[in-house]
Write a protein that binds this ligand. Structure first.
Ligand code: PLP
Length: 405
């Protein structure tokens, strides 16, 4: 019989966060090893429970959530999202500008599928959250990566962006606060991006899923609040700020110059109706989450659990000779540079395999984030300090003796 092969659409699609190294870790677990998985930003398994109100809400609404909802989402959730963005001074957002999805992931895919024709270019950060690059490729677009500058707190390099604009550039993607680098962009930087988008007719896609996970009084600016004449798509959801990644609840908001985007918006409407609707019981949690007590603030303030773990992870990583990590300002990751000369590293994925075999700790290599230069890894700092501390000591021990070639 003829082999069943994957489609060529997948030839350039890559999502290595759950790739071959994670598969190797699963195999080792099957063999009886205990693996410390610091590869995925999934708060619940590390004891970050969701606010009670959210759980109660879903349980309460379960019996009446058996049917499909409106494709764009239940009314109450969309009103809550609308009000959330109105409070941020995004004036022209109405209920019909909100789409609820099965997590931001689904909406990223839809937002790119609705936009791109073969060869259309999208500017994406490097490093990036790789689903964005994968979504562009799967939608027949061409990902073009712009440089984020480690020396400048991982801010996007505006000159690099300018140099990569072509007549085929349709859009620019921002991830703010950033995964994997933890950067939180200033208003000034965002204004420069708006300026570029205005001048070159670009759509701005802004993934703001970590907008409440901010340390050291850093402020988040929603780029959509900075202008009303550029078409902007903002995405966020419950997975991180409210620790319910398994609920698969996210939203997409269209704002700014919607007149020029009528056709695109019709495309979004069609795609959202083709998948019927997002998970209905969990949509009800959105109103409760956005309107209720914001317990995430207790986790990120001085003395809060996430902040303590962020400090511990970045300090201990920087104490390892040959490792350097810009202290993350937001999100839940440390993105650390490894001195490739000191450790003779030619392959960063091999380095992560070697760490897994030796120390039973799973990280993600830098190239998985569409970074073409340097050796890096991403570490999730979600475990309690009493787990994180010995793990970082073991990572230090590993590098003390590591020579790849
Ligand atoms: N966007 C970014 C920047 C992320 O880091 C993640 C998950 O790690 C997602 C989107 C996906 O989120 P969701 O769980 O809402 O699909």
């Amino acid at each position: 019989m003829k082999p069943v092969e994957r489609s060529h659409k997948l030839d350039n699609v890559c999502y290595d966060i759950r790739g071959p190294i994670a598969a190797q870790a699963r195999k080792m677990e099957d063999e009886g090893h205990r693996i410390l998985k610091l590869n995925i930003g999934n708060p619940a398994p590390f004891g970050f429970d969701a606010p009670d109100d959210i759980l109660k809400d879903v349980i309460h609404n379960l019996p009446t959530s058996q049917g499909y909802s409106d494709s764009a989402g239940i009314y109450a959730a969309r009103v809550a999202v609308m009000q959330y963005y109105q409070q941020m001074n995004i004036q022209n957002v109405g209920v019909d500008d909100i789409y609820i999805g099965n997590g931001v992931s689904e909406l990223i895919m839809m937002s790119m599928q609705a936009l791109l024709n073969t060869g259309d270019e999208v500017l994406l950060p490097s490093p990036d959250y790789p689903l964005w690059t994968a979504a562009v490729s799967l939608s027949s677009g061409t990902p073009v990566h712009y440089r984020c500058d480690e020396q400048a707190d991982w801010f996007p390099d505006i000159d690099d962006i300018k140099g990569k604009l072509t007549s085929r550039t349709r859009a620019i993607v921002l991830i703010n606060p950033n995964n994997p680098t933890g950067a939180v962009y200033s208003k000034e930087l965002l204004q420069e991006v708006v300026e570029l988008a205005r001048e070159h007719n670009l759509v701005i896609f802004s993934d703001e899923i970590y907008d409440k996970i901010l340390y050291d009084s850093h402020k988040h600016t929603c780029i959509a609040s900075l202008c009303d004449d550029v078409f902007i798509v903002t995405l966020s959801g419950l997975s991180k700020n409210y620790r319910v990644a398994g609920f698969r609840a996210g939203w997409l908001v269209v704002s700014g110059n919607k007149r020029i985007a009528r056709d695109y918006i019709e495309g979004l409407n069609m795609l959202s109706s083709m998948r019927m609707c997002a998970n209905v019981p969990c949509q009800s949690a959105i109103q409760t989450a956005l309107g209720g007590y914001q317990s995430i603030n207790d986790l990120v303030r001085d003395g809060g659990r996430l902040k303590i773990q962020r400090d511990l992870a970045s300090t201990m990583l920087n104490d390892i000779p040959g490792i350097h990590c810009v202290k993350p300002k937001g999100a839940m990751y440390c993105f650390a540079r490894v001195d490739d000369k000191k450790f003779n590293i030619v392959n960063d994925e091999q380095m992560i395999f070697d760490l897994l075999s030796k120390e039973k700790i799973l990280l993600v290599h830098g190239r998985a984030f569409n970074l073409s230069e340097g050796v890096y890894f991403r570490l999730v700092f979600l475990p309690h300090s009493d787990v994180l501390k010995p793990a970082l000591t073991r990572i230090g021990n590993f590098f003390e003796h590591y020579q790849q070639v």
